[in-house]
Ligand binder design. Structure first.
Ligand code: GDP
Length: 222
């Protein structure tokens, strides 16, 4: 299966511009989910001669139930949670908004891997917004200008890392190298995992890793 990368964020932060930048003009759109005014677009992109799929979502919006925007948001969330990774985009010129906080929390819960990007980062006017973005709890963003092609190498490096990781993970499942001898164990464990209601609980952090990697020592230290 090709690596799938979705692009999410508020409207107007530059998702489509970034999509075009990653896909390039020559590659054709491979899938359009029709029936809505603002489509979810999928296209093939290439990185170091390896193909992957980029998904441009309509964007996450505050919307009333049953409205078109709400349907678009649901589609965007579906695209985000089913992809291997998502690029979460904020606008460094506008700075961080209340909606960005809401969406950052959603992205953290729904996306498998997050690449955090502060777009429109060309020029000095973007600097305060780039620093401010760290407050979203997703680490420091990669400063990018989708329109001017700035920061794209750094973004590509991050995408490549995640593609490599995904390959290694899928190989480990296929090779049955002793860790995941029984896939049903993972499936059952995942389906048994209790989803915590953030309203009812404090922040929970799990510490996982191979036996003997020092998990207990780390927990005791914390
Ligand atoms: P979307 O709604 O998130 O898909 O945003 P668009 O890609 O349609 O872009 C919204 C606006 O931001 C457009 O006017 C773009 O030209 C502009 N834009 C996109 N990327 C950049 C950028 O890197 N720098 C600046 N200054 N403007 C940008």
């Amino acid at each position: 299966m090709l690596f799938r990368l979705s692009i999410v964020g508020r409207p107007n932060v530059g998702k489509s511009t970034l999509f075009n930048r990653l896909v390039g003009k020559k590659l054709a759109i491979v899938n359009n989910l029709a029936g809505v005014t603002r489509d979810i677009k999928e296209a093939e992109a290439k990185l170091n001669n390896k193909k992957y799929i980029v998904i441009d979502t309509a964007g996450l919006e505050d919307a009333k139930k049953d409205s078109l925007q709400n349907r678009m948001s649901s589609l965007s969330i579906m695209a985000m949670s089913s992809a291997h990774a998502c690029i979460f985009v904020v606008d460094s010129r506008v700075g961080i908004t209340g909606a960005d906080y809401t969406y950052a929390a959603l992205v953290r819960r729904k996306a498998k891997n997050v690449i955090f990007v502060a777009n429109k980062a060309e020029g000095a006017a973007a600097q305060p917004g780039i620093y401010e973005a760290s407050a979203l709890g997703l680490g420091n963003p990669i400063a990018v200008s989708a329109e001017h092609g700035i920061g794209i190498d750094q973004l590509n490096e991050k995408i490549q890392d995640l593609m490599n990781f995904n390959n290694a993970f899928e190989n480990s499942l296929n090779n049955k190298d002793g860790i995941f001898e029984d896939d049903s164990l993972i499936e059952n464990t995942l389906s048994d995992t209790k989803v915590l209601n953030p309203k009812e609980t404090n922040i929970h952090i799990s510490v996982i890793g191979r036996p003997n990697s020092g998990k207990s020592t780390l927990i005791n230290r914390i």
